[in-house]
Design a protein around this ligand. Structure first.
Ligand SMILES: [Fe+2]
Ligand SMILES: [Fe+2]
Length: 436
């Protein structure tokens, strides 16, 4: 097995790195969590580790000395810059600097290059039926997203996490990516809550990215989706420049990237793009138009979501009593409000206002009908199914990780009964998620 050394005083994060390295690039990793131990370890093992990951904050200035000491001809060094006051950019010769602690993607990419591992090699690697993980991960798994097992002799027995007494536990090998992804997102979200908003913003991209990874495993496709989102943001920006109050709202939405509102708007790009690429009548122009709708549709709810970060759907707003009449009216008519606003600007794509107006199924943009009106436009139907999917996806990720993706499609089919909706759901089922 390839060897990595992780020098980091935050054991939870070190564990997260360790398990990601194991699963994604087949590297075992030793964790050292104090400066003194790191110094000793490097003296003994110089040249033994091909890949060393440092947390810069560990000893600040002395860390530089340590990094210098660990340099060896075939060793790749990554320095994770976790300083709180990072006004000056960190430069260390011959080391890769990672700007945020959750940029696992870059760390894994450098590791893969160091070890000469490709995704293809990992996919072809023969695995046993069950996959072994250290029991130190268990406290990070509030609700394990798959069955966990302990081993008795040759047998694997399904147990609760409290029943694990050994140093290791097991999961079915096919569940390993799902578990690692769940663990990573869960931990990031917990960590974000403890951070200042500036720091949180720095790592929020990684939360969206990790969630998005569950919707597509294809890097190029993920990039394309993010391109649709950033193109939409540019177009909106250029059109609303002179609309001061609306621009303020828009900036508020974009700035709060950890908020559900932003996260669901970006995830919507995956589902709408997938559906429109696979419907017989879909085309690029519609994908672009939908890209704008995805970002704008709930814009009038931005202040409410910021005030109530615990909510992950609009219907939750209605079920709660914390709102005054004015807020309630905004929730009821946010679709109407954004559609009528957009209609004033003739540079916006044709029919964009109808998608926005009908995005909850009400032809004239007010309320949340249980069954959408029959005469809404086809793109509004695509939007409704996409959003219902993303909502379920996020809800399951948070509250019921032990779920099967196919359940979401069943829920959607029960909720949206007409044939036109079922056709869209059928197209959505081919999205590249891990289906069980
Ligand atoms: Fe909405
Ligand atoms: Fe929404």
């Amino acid at each position: 097995m390839n060897k990595t050394l992780i020098i980091c005083d935050n054991l939870d994060i070190a564990l997260l790195y360790q398990v990601n390295l194991q699963v994604y690039i087949d590297s075992g990793a030793k964790i050292i969590n104090s400066f003194d131990n790191a110094e000793k370890e490097l003296k003994i093992s110089k040249g033994l580790f091909d890949f060393i990951i440092f947390f810069y904050k560990l000893g600040e200035k002395s860390t530089s000395k340590l990094i210098e000491a660990s340099k060896a001809p075939n060793t790749s060094i990554v320095v994770v810059d976790n300083r709180e006051n990072d006004s000056e950019e960190l430069h260390i010769a011959d080391a890769h600097i990672i700007q945020n602690i959750f940029d696992l993607k870059s760390i894994l990419r450098i590791g893969a290059k160091t070890f000469g591992i490709t995704a293809q090699m990992m996919a072809n690697k023969p695995l046993n039926s069950h996959y072994q993980l250290p029991n130190r991960l268990l406290p990070l798994l509030d609700n394990p997203p798959c069955e966990i097992y302990s081993k008795k002799g040759d047998e694997y027995i399904s147990v609760s996490k409290e029943q694990i007494k050994d140093k290791h536990f097991f999961i079915e090998s096919k569940e390993r990516l799902k578990l690692i992804n769940y663990l990573t997102i869960n931990y990031m979200e917990k960590y974000i809550e403890l951070m200042s908003s500036k720091e949180a913003l720095k790592i929020s991209e990684n939360v969206v990215e990790n969630l998005a990874h569950q919707l597509t495993k294809d890097e190029a496709q993920a990039q394309e989706v993010l391109d649709v989102a950033s193109k939409a943001i540019k177009v909106i920006n250029s059109i609303i420049r002179k609309e001061k109050p609306f621009l303020k709202l828009f900036k508020l939405l974009i700035k709060n990237q950890t908020n559900y509102l932003y996260v669901h708007s970006v995830l919507l790009q995956y589902t709408t793009k997938h559906i429109l690429e696979n419907m017989s009548w879909g085309n690029d122009e519609q994908i672009h138009k939908m890209g704008i709708a995805n970002i704008l549709h709930d814009i009038y709810l931005t202040p409410l979501y910021i005030k109530h970060p615990e909510f992950i759907s609009e219907t939750q707003f209605l079920e709660t009593a914390v709102f005054n009449d004015k807020d309630r009216e905004v929730v009821e008519s946010h679709a109407y409000m954004v559609a009528t606003k957009i209609k004033q600007w003739n540079q916006m794509p044709v029919d964009l206002d109808s998608i926005l107006m009908q995005h909850h199924g009400a032809k004239f943009g007010r309320g949340f009908p249980a069954q959408p009106d029959t005469n809404i436009i086809p793109l509004a139907r695509v939007f409704i199914i996409s959003e219902a999917f993303v909502e379920q996806f996020l809800l399951h990720n948070k509250t019921k990780p032990l779920f099967k993706y196919n359940i979401i499609f069943e829920i959607l089919k029960k909720k949206y009964k007409s044939k036109q909706f079922h056709q869209i759901i059928d197209v959505l089922t081919s999205i590249e998620i891990e289906k069980d």
